[in-house]
Design a protein around this ligand. Structure first.
Ligand SMILES: Nc1ncnc2c1ncn2[C@@H]1O[C@H](COP(=O)(O)OP(=O)(O)OP(=O)(O)O)[C@@H](O)[C@H]1O
Ligand SMILES: [Mg+2]
Length: 216
């Protein structure tokens, strides 16, 4: 479902010079599997997730996500592919600041055309956010924002879920809610790739992949 082959990514900036963020990484996640991605800060975990999510074209390497090679698609096709097949939970959430929780969870319907307020409300409930459904992100705790971002990622029923430290800001009880959702997603045939530092989070994964330090 997720297959990355010899992926290398170099960020170039005129001021700071080049940074090799990801070097020659091979990784795959089969249907129904939950894989945890670990490694020290700066080793390229978020970069790799962005690449897998069709959000950042790698400098070199091949990848296939849900049967598609996203960087071989035209930009609008790639956007449509991302919206329908990939759920992404960003390390910094990227919730829409002027929309309330319910409308944030509904936001992916703009790309898919499948607007279903009942589904959004059910996801809000699933993540224990019903009492905060009509608050905007600035009124939420970090953990609540995290859960809202997870609910939004699931809205379009993706095949692949990419989550960047989804339990990093949560207390054990809330971390447990999120991990159970990720496990359930994999059990239903999805593929999960989760970046995490937490040992209890990686303990529930089918496989743990550790990235080394990048060379720069
Ligand atoms: N836009 C960018 N331009 C230049 N360098 C970048 C950029 N984004 C990330 N980097 C660098 O690439 C490397 C990998 O960054 P990345 O965010 O993927 O690491 P990470 O493993 O997710 O770290 P963390 O655990 O702290 O979130 C780091 O050295 C980082 O400074
Ligand atoms: Mg990161």
């Amino acid at each position: 479902m997720i297959r990355l082959e010899k992926i290398t990514h170099r960020y170039s900036s005129p001021e700071g010079g080049d940074v090799v963020a990801v070097e020659n990484v091979n990784l795959s996640v089969a249907e129904g599997k939950f894989v945890a991605l670990k490694g020290p800060s700066g080793c390229g975990k978020s970069t790799l997730l962005l690449i897998a999510g069709g959000l950042l074209r790698p400098t070199s390497g091949d990848l296939e996500i849900a049967g598609v090679e996203p960087y071989k698609l035209a930009l609008d096709e790639r956007a449509a592919f991302r919206a329908s097949r990939i759920g992404f939970v960003f390390q910094q959430f990227h919730l829409v600041p002027y929309l309330d929780v319910l409308d944030n969870v509904l936001a992916p319907s703009l790309a898919s055309g499948r607007k279903d307020r009942k589904r959004a409300a059910a996801l809000v409930e699933q993540f224990g956010l019903t009492p905060r459904a009509h608050h905007t992100p600035s009124a939420l705790s970090t953990g609540e924002r995290q859960r809202a971002a997870m609910a939004r990622a699931l809205y379009n029923k993706p095949k692949v879920l990419l989550a960047d430290e989804p339990t990093g800001n949560l207390d054990p009880e809330n971390a447990d809610i999120v991990l159970k959702q990720l496990i359930a997603f994999a059990d239903q045939g999805g593929a999960v790739l989760m970046v995490t530092h937490a040992s209890d989070a990686s303990a529930v994964a089918d496989e743990i992949i550790t990235l080394g330090h990048s060379k720069d």
